[in-house]
Design a protein around this ligand. Sequence first.
Ligand code: PLP
Length: 395
Amino acid sequence: NNNLSKKNGAISPSVTLAITAKAKKMKADGIDIVSFGAGEPDFKTPDHIRKAAVKVIEEGNIGYTAAAGLPQLKKAICDKLKEDNNLDYLPENIVVSNGAKHSIYNALQAICNPGDEVIISVPYWVSYPEMVKMADAKPIFVETSEENGFKYTKENLLKAVNEKTKAILLNSPNNPTGTVYTKEEIEDIAKIAVENNIYIISDEIYEKLIYDGNHVSIASLGEDIKRLTIVINGMSKAYAMTGWRIGYLAADKEIAKIITNIQSHATSNPNTIAQYASIEALKGDQEPINQMNKAFDERRKYMVDKINSIKNLSCKMPKGAFYVMVNISKLIGKDLGGQKINGSMDFAQYLLDNAKVAVIPGAGFGTDNYIRLSYATSLENIEEGLNRIEKAVSK
Ligand code: PLP
């Protein structure tokens, strides 16, 4: 029969991509759009990393590598995890994939069975719930609040945990909120996971982008929690390498073995040239990260100050990543320029049409009282875009 897959037919398209696609189209049509939609650094991949890739191309040995990644890259990842995160892993614990997104997908495929539940904090990164469903498991949403920094609390986590709970998704620094958990808060989560024998998928892709506070990998808190944790990280955000598509995970060797087998049939190794470039990224000069962070930090402060000076908008100072969650609850139910704003989708549409500014509606992250602005764009764009928003919300 020619029925399509029920499971996969029910996967929703990414809301973030829909708005950014519309904004891109308007831009291509010659309309002067300021976009706060970016989910990637607006910097070029550092020179020395690009050169490493060019060298590989010129030498021409660009065959398949081992399905789980080049041994030299796995070794560089182990060194990174030791140095930055105080984590002891062997190459057999590492799987290199086509981006951290692919690593998370693989992790869920490796641990989930039908009926399993995976806990996700709201607001969430758009892909988590869909990836959980693709693994035949059920997303369980834990609401957080702006007042407590959009974090899991012990109480609301424990309420969500039951015998079906397979994993907790933890993302610090967080997309979309910029939240960075403290060591104590991570210890609380680790304790719950160990006591209830629950896996942690720890998405640490924004690890290097922290402006206040420090990154603590939950796996570093002890052997029991390390055994239950799948650490996710990658090149995209730290090294401005989104298009190279290299991410990785570190896990118990049994989990890594299942994932290696899945990957050997689904995709084989990630791009060989990009793997060599990633060795250079990890082993080479780390100064470009500091340069990027300085720029992000300056924009973050400017953006937050400006937003809080605009009537009916507010936001907290995010500690990491490159996003600001703007509270728009005072505008909901109101009329703007003769248009009724019923939620974040309406507001995003209103800004696109009237202010020529693209923002991501919170509805895509499970929270309708917010929009997400990215500061991975120049200070001039940020100034211009926020001035336009200021005008548009005063109509
Ligand atoms: N995790 C989070 C929270 C993200 O925001 C992103 C990218 O937007 C990723 C993972 C995936 O990154 P990549 O697949 O480019 O490594």
